[in-house]
Design a binder for this molecule. Structure first.
Ligand code: DGL
Length: 270
């Protein structure tokens, strides 16, 4: 009965935490590819190879359904995986769509033509690979018209978070928000398009100002997963235990994870 949650490192823990609160009875297997983080500066082929290897490991742990709790993998690898790699009896879902449905005021599965929405100016903060993929703009264009998106590639933030250097992460977030504001002085909404960034959400909100609505993915993805499993309960796989797997150093990753989630997390070697 396990669902897999994949990320390049620690960021997906923000999604895991929200899913664990929303679906406490579902065992969750987390895979953090910490040895290869950050993905945001890698090529699409490299991200595809690493993501498929990690998802394969989650299938082996008894997960039939895997959430890519990583925007970079969702943007650079998910479509290719779904088209030619995912076995028929498994599912791999990304984290973009729930966020864009919230932004465009849509219910799940509403495939009606794009329409005008309340939000007009959106600041997107994401990794360089996610920004380069333009996946966010593409998914948005399927659902909304007249929305102006300004994307800011936030180099360095994921590395600083993975290294536990939150002072550097804060300084980088503030400088990326300044850079964004030079291009779009008055966004109505900001999207934290990387699952590491909710760990710095208060800094983003403070730098952007209280008038800007900040969308972050964890709760939206948890809600959308709960909805999906209520329609497809058979996709809860045969695994029965929750696990935290990492390609990095388990002791070091456990310490950082415990610090971020403020509860004891014990990773084991993937
Ligand atoms: N947390 C991931 C994301 O949502 C990946 C960050 C990275 O490894 O660069 O994009």
């Amino acid at each position: 009965m396990a669902v897999g949650i994949f990320d390049s490192g620690l960021g997906g823990l923000t999604v895991l935490d929200a899913v664990a609160r929303r679906l406490p009875e579902v065992p969750l297997v987390y895979f953090g590819d910490n040895a290869h983080a950050p993905y945001g500066v890698r090529t699409a082929d490299d991200i595809y190879a690493l993501t498929t290897a990690g998802v394969e490991r989650l299938f082996a742990a008894g997960c039939d359904l895997v959430i890519l709790a990583c925007n970079t993998a969702s943007a650079a690898a998910l479509r290719r995986m779904q088209e030619s790699w995912v076995p028929r009896d498994k599912r791999v879902l990304g984290v973009f769509v729930p966020l864009i449905e919230a932004l465009t005021e849509r219910q799940w599965g509403d495939n009606s033509p794009p329409r005008e929405v309340a939000i007009k100016h959106v600041a997107l903060f994401a990794t360089p690979a996610t920004v380069a993929s333009r996946a966010f703009q593409r998914e948005l264009a399927f659902r909304a018209i007249g929305v102006d998106v300004e994307a800011q590639a936030c180099g360095g933030v994921v590395d600083a978070i993975e290294d536990g250097d939150l002072i550097l992460a804060e300084a980088l977030v503030r400088s990326h928000v300044d850079a964004l504001r030079r291009k779009m002085p008055a966004p109505d909404a900001a999207v934290l398009g990387c699952t590491h960034y909710p760990l710095m959400e208060e800094v983003f909100q403070d730098a952007l100002g209280q008038d800007v609505k900040v969308f972050s993915q964890a709760d939206l993805v948890a809600e959308s997963l709960a909805d999906y499993l209520s329609r497809r309960p058979q996709m809860i796989g045969p695994g029965t235990v929750s696990q935290f797997l990492t390609t990095g150093n388990p002791a070091q990753v456990s310490n950082r994870a415990t610090q971020f989630l403020r509860r004891k997390i014990a990773f084991e070697a993937a």
